[in-house]
Design a protein around this ligand. Structure first.
Ligand code: HEC
Length: 147
């Protein structure tokens, strides 16, 4: 009986220690930042490159964007939420350097993946669009719409 009690105390103590010394909390991905800053990157034309959207709308790879309504230049709230869920799976919050969304379209000499059918959309990590994607992955927030 006594040893069972000690076991329980020891276990509780270890669990408490474990939660104190666990990894720092990962940043959470912000939907508002995604809608206002990240989604436009998927739609915008970059010099000598095809837009992400052209190849990734309803694509059969993991980066699959919702189809815009005819004549519409942006996604509905519901579509954006679905895009957010799809794209969130392609990133590691707090770690842009290992996030597929950022590595796949990045030039290999800048640390990107060797091959992407969509080309080397970002020549380096200094590309403003790449930096915006990285900021989102690092948990950048937009509090109010229109910011
Ligand atoms: C010319 C067409 C084309 C364009 C433009 C394009 N892609 Fe791609 N992308 C592909 C194809 C095809 C694949 C799947 C085969 C491969 O990995 O190359 C792919 C794969 C990916 C993947 C990996 C998906 C998976 O299944 O793991 C990511 C992430 C990605 N693209 C991001 C982007 C981003 C971000 C842009 C715009 C900055 C972009 N792509 C533009 C054709 C394109």
């Amino acid at each position: 009986m006594r040893s069972a009690c000690l076991m329980i105390i020891a276990t509780t103590f270890c669990v408490a220690i474990g939660s104190v010394s666990s990894q720092p909390k990962l940043p959470s991905l912000d939907l508002a930042f995604f809608v206002r800053r990240v989604e436009p990157i998927f739609l915008e034309k970059r010099l000598s490159h095809t837009r992400c959207y052209v190849c990734h709308v309803e694509s059969n790879n993991a980066f699959r964007l919702e189809k815009l309504a005819p004549g519409s230049k942006s996604w509905t709230d519901e579509q954006s939420r679905r895009n957010f869920e799809t794209v969130s799976i392609l990133v590691n919050p707090g770690d842009p350097a290992t996030s597929r969304l950022l590595l796949h379209p990045l030039a290999p000499e800048a640390g990107g993946d060797v091959f992407h059918s969509g080309g080397r959309q970002f020549a380096s990590k200094a590309d403003p669009a790449w930096k915006t994607l990285a900021a989102w992955v690092n948990g950048a927030k937009l509090d109010a719409p229109g910011k």
